[in-house]
Design a protein around this ligand. Structure first.
Ligand SMILES: [Zn+2]
Length: 384
């Protein structure tokens, strides 16, 4: 099993200088390869002969730069094959270095990097298993991190449990599940996002090239990082909650958000792109945690989950302001998002277009669902 653990590192000024030089050399190699359309690492010896300063970086690190270009190109090609519009790989500044099995050593709280030197690492928790690879990273908020990729020999045993849950990710709350549990949008993320917007406005007003602007840019990057950290923290706890409690977890493979115009005032204030990113991450977190625990995640087609009636299947268009599902045919009345979550679980359990008869089974198999939203105060997750 693969693990990725991230630790903060504290390079001295001298080591930091060498790391930045390393980034510059990696950037050079990346841009040279893109410009000359060379995508094999066998070009490196010649390149080093021509530009001796490239020898300041461990050779595997430079190879990795080229491997990364190849991987990105392959990903782009796969997306293009699916009919998506893709751009070209652009030249850019490299902010990280990858070490593959050689060129580094970890002893105690000291990390030694070949051709760079030694730096202090904050080992907040032990590294699980054997280290395969490390990535040194610098963030725009001027912090240094190392991601350690390690492997343990154990493989997860698939669960034989039968506890199932369907989760609807939505606008009003972060999520609603078939057991009636509601996670509100984390308040502290919203607060930080507000501050981020204000800081960004201030940045755009600052004079180009001024000292003030430079300072404001770092400030914006810091808040950005804070939003990211708080959201990740929430999503880790949220996904842990479900993976620990259930054996099959059903989600939509993407969340279709309604047009901005139709949102009410409260929702309009919430940045759409922030929500999109959070939903995407939520799925990723739950997927890899489930894979590590031998649990199942079923991602279903998102169409009509809010419109269809869970009980009788009657389809009727709903406006966003309609927070309750009240079926005109069978009279089934529950909160809108709960009905959606139930549809999601139903599709995950029986698939698309299942004949009516199986519906009955599921109906009886589903525990009685409270029509009121369950307050989440008792979980730590809600108050972040
Ligand atoms: Zn109905």
């Amino acid at each position: 099993m693969r693990h990725v653990t991230r630790y903060r590192i504290y390079p001295s000024q001298k080591v930091e200088g060498r790391l930045f030089t390393g980034f510059a050399r990696c950037t050079f190699v990346r841009n040279w390869c893109l410009e000359n359309r060379v995508y094999v690492d066998s070009c490196l010896p010649d390149l080093k002969a021509e530009y001796p300063e490239l020898k300041e970086v461990q050779s595997h690190v430079l190879q990795k730069v080229i491997h990364r270009i190849v991987a990105s190109l392959r990903a782009l090609r796969a997306m293009k094959a699916k009919g998506r519009k893709v751009g070209k790989l652009r030249k850019k500044w490299v902010h990280s270095m990858e070490y593959d099995s050689t060129g580094f050593r970890l002893t105690g709280n000291r990390l030694r990097l070949s051709k760079i030197g030694e730096l202090r690492i904050e080992l907040s928790r032990p590294v699980p298993g054997r280290i395969k690879q490390i990535v040194i990273k610098h963030t725009p908020a001027h912090k240094w991190f190392v991601a350690i990729i390690s492997e343990t020999p154990d493989t997860p045993v698939p669960t034989t449990g039968t506890r199932t849950v369907g989760i609807d990710l939505n606008l009003e709350n972060f999520s609603t599940d078939t057991d009636g549990r509601v996670f509100p949008h984390p308040h502290n993320v919203r607060k930080a996002a507000q501050r981020l917007r204000r800081a960004q406005r201030k940045l755009s007003r600052a004079v180009e090239g001024s000292r003030n602007r430079r300072k404001q840019r770092v400030r914006v990057a810091r808040i950005h990082e804070q939003v990211e950290n708080r959201r990740n923290d929430f999503l880790h706890k949220w996904s842990r909650y479900y993976v620990d409690r259930y054996d099959l977890i059903a989600l939509e493979h993407l969340t279709i958000r309604p047009m901005v115009e139709s949102l009410d005032a409260k929702l309009r204030g919430r940045s759409q792109s922030i929500l999109d990113a959070a939903w995407y991450k939520a799925r990723e977190f739950i997927r890899y945690k489930a894979a590590n625990a031998g649990k199942y995640v079923h991602l279903i087609e998102p169409a009509y989950t809010t419109q269809d009636c869970f009980l009788c299947g009657h389809r009727e268009k709903k406006d966003l302001w309609q927070r309750t599902h009240a079926c005109p045919i069978c009279g089934y009345t529950v909160p809108r998002d709960l009905n959606a979550a139930q549809n999601i679980l139903k599709r995950a359990s029986v698939g698309w277009g299942t004949p009516e008869s199986t519906l009955v089974e599921i109906r009886t198999a589903t525990p009685p669902i409270p029509a009121v939203q369950v307050p989440v105060d008792e979980t730590r997750i809600s108050r972040l």
